[in-house]
Design a protein around this ligand. Structure first.
Ligand code: SF4
Length: 481
């Protein structure tokens, strides 16, 4: 099952870009200044690049100032990953200029884009991705101020940047259709998306029920990732997704057949298989072969393929080649004795991924709210049934206890020695969920757990955060002696 390989994917095109062995020093994190030199060296060494390639410095000139504070992997594969991520706005504008059909999906994080990309010529993206703009642009976008002016203040999580981005149209084209899941979603998205129809956006709402545990004797379905849901819930979501399917087909003016959906699922599974292998090596190799920051960005590509599914596959394939080469050579970006840390929730400030590594940790497992976008989509089921199961596999549509149990299974799988629960400022679920997860990890696994809060820019908090991460790493080391 799910045995799709890159070669099976119609969009897969093997690349020679950056595949030759790196000259000079071994794998390590470098600053943007060092990347200026590194880029010149790679180009002089014959590096080929896609049309979105170029030096990372130009993104700072475009406003992505956070790069100045990040340590980034020094490989050509990482260069391509960063350039791919940071040129998404250009890609979306180009798609709009070309008259392609653009769909914005909100909140389900991993399913509607699979359906949308199954239609030729359609591009789908998550406006929720604006979550990271206040960090990447160091508040230079003023999106949060726009959200403030619309009554969505800092009592909401950073996803409120999405509202500013949609209203100003500064970061992506105005989508002709927005899909948004409702029901088992956080209060933040619910309140923010609720403003959109009044602001002139066309929104298709579709419902996802809160995933409860099946009652004794009730027909149940085991979902990808291990959660269990009542079969009635799967049927309900399937019916809701049929409405999404009809809306997408109507908007794109072409049928969204089961055959197209099956082909779309196969392509999405190529991405998930590549990420699965990257994660297996990244978390499990004796020396850490890829920094946490690049692995997080790679995982994010699973959500909507950074607006180009074929290129996502090529980028991940090149990254995997680099990681495999490092693992085969016994090379890594961190010391061999780095403490293995499981990370819960995405960091609003990407720099915190660097801080953990500076403190002597390495990421060995993550649950960044979208693990359902990383599990393979079943291919032996009818496509709509398979997609409905993926929706319910979302860790955020069930209870905190279920999510905590999932985290514990992953901690055991990757052999983490400590865990960090990274709270998100304003996030409605973080007030209590972090405590539930932390207590469950301590009780079931017995490893040290640290809860921290990470705002979009942590510079003022950095000494305190670093001290707490240092203490966690030291505690984990001592308890392993
Ligand atoms: S981070 Fe939490 S509160 Fe914010 S949009 Fe995501 S699920 Fe909702």
């Amino acid at each position: 099952m799910n045995d799709v390989t890159p070669g099976d994917c119609p969009n897969f095109r093997p690349t020679k870009m950056g595949l030759s062995p790196l000259p000079g020093d071994g794998p390590r994190r470098i600053t943007l200044d060092e990347w200026d030199t590194r880029y010149a060296e790679l180009r002089a060494g014959g590096l080929g690049e896609p049309d979105y390639g170029g030096p990372l410095r130009r993104h700072v000139l475009d406003g992505d100032r956070r790069l100045l504070r990040l340590g980034m992997d020094n490989s050509a594969a990482a260069l391509r990953l960063w350039n791919f991520l940071l040129t998404e706005e250009d890609r979306l504008r180009r798609a709009d200029d070309q008259g392609r059909t653009i769909v914005a999906a909100i909140k389900d994080l991993g399913t509607v884009p699979v359906m949308a990309y199954a239609l030729p010529g359609v591009v789908a993206f998550y406006p929720d991705g604006a979550w990271w703009l206040p960090c990447i642009m160091e508040h230079g976008t003023r999106l949060l101020e726009v959200a403030d002016s619309l009554g969505i203040d800092d009592s909401f999580c950073p996803v409120r940047a999405m509202l500013g981005a949609l209203v100003t149209g500064r970061h992506f084209p105005r989508p002709g259709l927005i899909t948004c899941s409702v029901g088992a979603v956080c209060d933040d998205v619910s309140a923010i998306a609720g403003r959109l129809p009044g602001l002139g956006f066309r929104v298709l709402w579709w419902e996802v029920p809160h995933r409860r545990r099946p009652e004794p004797g009730e027909k149940a379905v085991r979902l990808p990732g291990g959660f269990v849901a009542p079969a009635a819930h799967v049927a309900l979501v399937k019916a809701e997704l049929q409405r999404v399917r009809a809306a997408l087909a109507d908007y794109a003016e072409q049928p969204l057949t089961d055959e197209r959906l099956a082909a779309g699922i196969a392509r999405a599974n190529v991405v998930r298989r590549l990420l699965g292998e990257l994660r297996r090596l990244g978390f499990g190799a004796p020396r850490c072969p890829l920094p946490a920051l690049e692995l997080l960005i790679a995982e994010m590509l699973a959500l909507h393929f950074c607006s180009d599914l074929g290129e996502t596959i090529a980028v991940l394939e090149e990254l995997l080649v680099e990681v495999r080469r490092r693992v085969a050579a016994g090379a890594g970006v961190l010391p061999a004795d780095a403490v293995r840390v499981f990370w819960v929730n995405p960091v609003a400030d990407l720099r915190v991924m660097n801080l953990l590594e500076d403190a002597g940790g390495r990421i060995c497992g993550t649950e960044d709210l979208f693990c359902h976008a990383l599990h393979r989509i079943p291919t032996r089921l009818p496509p709509m049934e398979a997609l409905a199961r993926m929706v319910l596999a979302d860790p955020m549509v069930g209870s905190a206890a279920d999510r905590a149990a999932y985290v514990c299974r992953q901690i055991r799988r990757f052999g983490a020695q400590a865990a960090v629960i990274s709270r998100i400022p304003g996030a409605s679920h973080c007030a209590t969920e972090g405590a539930v997860i932390a207590e469950t990890i301590r009780r079931r696994i017995g490893i040290p757990v640290l809860e921290i809060e990470v705002p979009p820019i942590t510079d003022a908090l950095e000494p305190a955060l670093r001290t707490r991460l240092d203490a966690l790493v030291e505690t984990a080391r001592r308890s392993g002696e």
